[in-house]
Design a protein around this ligand. Structure first.
Ligand code: DX5
Ligand code: ZN
Length: 234
């Protein structure tokens, strides 16, 4: 299981210190949300910030490009120190060349699917990717509520991975807290991106340990919630 705190929820007035907190927390990845004010309404930060943070950490830098034209950004983020570049399947015909470009830059290849988009759209790309990110909120802002209707997408992604003997990781992003993460783990997710929940804790290390323990041993309580969400129970 991989825990990936999302820097979007950090204090931007002291980003270096926030990265140091993540370094010491036991998390494996740092999730970096790039928003262009077009694909999503908000603007976050660019390659210069990633490049500035890179020497401060040995963490895996997971760059999530919520951008209409990622083609012009792949190389700058690769050079800035991204470990993985994620692009959105909603970009249509652009997706195949973008995935190849990421691979040619020597980075891990990630594909993202938004809540309103059918998971069937990612199916043709499964053999090409290292990572599948299932958005569990509509992208653009932190602190939103988890959309439970996304759980079947995780189950489908896990089923495809099993049936086809593939090895892409399955991540969830948006509204991931101590309860929804358990639901996602039951459904088959192995990578948990969390902003508000983790950065909101005074002790980030304790929060990461708690989240890891929960997703590695999903609780009965979590299972009950999953049943309700899937419409199988009360
Ligand atoms: C949402 C971003 C997320 C965000 C998650 O558009 O892609 O990575 O930081 O934040 P929380 O955990 O607060 O929902
Ligand atoms: Zn993200």
């Amino acid at each position: 299981m991989i825990i990936a705190p999302s820097l979007l929820a950090a204090n931007f007035g002291r980003l270096g210190g926030e990265v140091a907190r993540v370094n010491a927390s036991g998390a494996e990845w740092l999730h970096l949300d790039i928003m262009d004010g077009h694909f999503v309404p908000y603007i976050s930060f660019g390659p210069v910030v990633v490049k500035t943070l890179r020497p401060l950490s040995r963490l895996f830098f997971d760059v999530h490009l919520m951008c209409s034209k990622p083609a012009i950004l792949l190389e700058p983020f690769a050079q800035a120190g991204a470990s993985q570049l994620n692009i959105h399947v909603e970009l249509g015909d652009a997706v195949t060349p973008l995935l190849w470009r990421i691979k040619s830059l020597g980075k891990r290849v990630g594909l993202v699917v938004n809540p309103p988009t059918s998971v069937a759209l990612v199916e043709p790309f499964l053999a090409q990717i290292d990572h599948l990110l299932i958005m569990t909120v509509n992208p653009g802002f932190g602190g939103q509520s988890f959309i439970y209707e996304m759980l079947p997408k995780i189950q489908q992604a896990a089923a495809w991975r099993r049936e086809r003997n593939l090895s892409y990781s399955i991540a969830v992003d948006g509204g991931v807290d101590f309860k929804t993460a358990v639901e996602c783990a039951h459904a088959g997710a192995d990578t948990f991106i969390s902003g508000t929940t983790l950065f909101g804790q005074r002790n980030l290390g304790a929060a990461v340990r708690k989240l890891r323990k929960l997703v590695e041993a999903p609780s009965l309580e979590g299972r009950g919630c999953h049943k309700r969400a899937a419409g199988e129970g009360s």
